[in-house]
Design a protein around this ligand. Sequence first.
Ligand SMILES: O=P(O)(O)OC[C@H]1O[C@](O)(CO)[C@@H](O)[C@@H]1O
Length: 479
Amino acid sequence: MSKRFQDKNWCQRMRIRLDVNNMFSEMVGEEHGLLRKEVDDLKEEIKKAHENIHRAKNEGKMGFMELPFTQKEVVEEIRSLANELKGKFDNFVVLGIGGSALGNIALQTALNDPYYNYKSEARDNRPRLFVPDNVDPARFKSLLETLDLKRTIFNVISKSGSTAETMSQFLIARKAVAEEVGEENVSRHFIATTSQDSGYLIKIAKREGFKTFYIPENVGGRFSVLTPVGLVSAAFCGIDIEELLAGAAYMDEICRTENVWENPAYLNGVLQYLAYKKGKPLSVMMPYVHALKDVADWYRQLWAESLGKKVDREGNVVNVGPTPIKALGATDQHSQVQLYMEGPYDKVITFLEVKDYGAEVEIPGSYKDIEGVSYLGGHTLNELIQTEKRATELALTKNGRLNCTITLPEVNEFTMGQLLYMFELQTALVGELLNINAFNQPGVELGKHYTYGVLGRNGYEDKKEEYFNRPEKNDNLII
Ligand SMILES: O=P(O)(O)OC[C@H]1O[C@](O)(CO)[C@@H](O)[C@@H]1O
């Protein structure tokens, strides 16, 4: 077991860094840039937010802040299960959606070989990972047909234990597995990760005798990546979950101060908040590291569901919330950057970069007589992508476009733990500054209730009626 994180020098070297220079007027100009004074002027609000967060933590209402410190036993349990089942299954499928899926994908993309599912030497006898995160029939059918179900284990993840997409995936998968392995062997193919005390999934898991892991009551789905929700698939796929939690603990330690200039989660949160207040409601996350591309997806849910709210804490209608946008460098330089450079001044771009990609690829110096191509020779892809990031950053800055950069020394469990935890705390802080509840999601309910009504779930008859009495669409507007 690696204990590198007990070495303070190593931790310091692996500390992720936030560079906010290009958020300020010195760099982007006075018209759009923020002033340091504006940050200082929020001192009292930040102090209050800090106190609220820590009061809520002490009252047991900020579960995500406890996770780095309270899971020793569950980590051991997950690890021993992963070890016990190593070599027994070729495939691990996560059945879940939203916060019950996105963290699994983000961790896998970040921390395992990009072609892990295709390379047996990268897997070292561990299962491939599949996270459909949807109920598209063609895709789900094809997945079940593709996998050898005799050699497949499923983790059914749902905090509420009732999400229609997840329960449908489960019902279909369970039937397919039973047909393949026989009723008597079904239970060894399923793990359930859910609330210990509520919902239907725990009832089913107990009736079936599934192995269960629990999601703490005080941790919401989008904050649950560092619970068994994300940790089980990670451990099965060889990710060091102890180091992940150690990274989160390290960031927690860094972020204990209420001094915004020393607290990266608060500083980034405050700057995003100020930018939002000054007419920049679009928050783009643009990693220049393919491994972090799905962190941007995970962050979209975290930011959108937490901060997009109709009412403030006093019940006033405020309709607030920055819109998170996912982009990828260098890919989206050739798709999005034109808009970011010349479109409305309504965005803040957060770049994610890495110092050490863990691989170096040299560009061959061919076609010496064709200067427009041969200049690339002798350089590396590392130089190319890093230079492109800095070039895009400079171009945006010169054009008065607010941007900041988070740098990871390398993408590993410890730096990922820091990054995820930093974004979670940043989200809580912005929720405080916006004076909203960042931990509920009432806006997703209405659509769900119409679906329940139409599909005949008891208690939703009124929604069924509303749905079928909806205004008729005008055929002339369907062309
Ligand atoms: O884990 P559950 O309860 O199945 O919920 C899945 C997702 O659905 C939501 O409740 C939104 O509908 C998310 O907040 C959550 O991550």
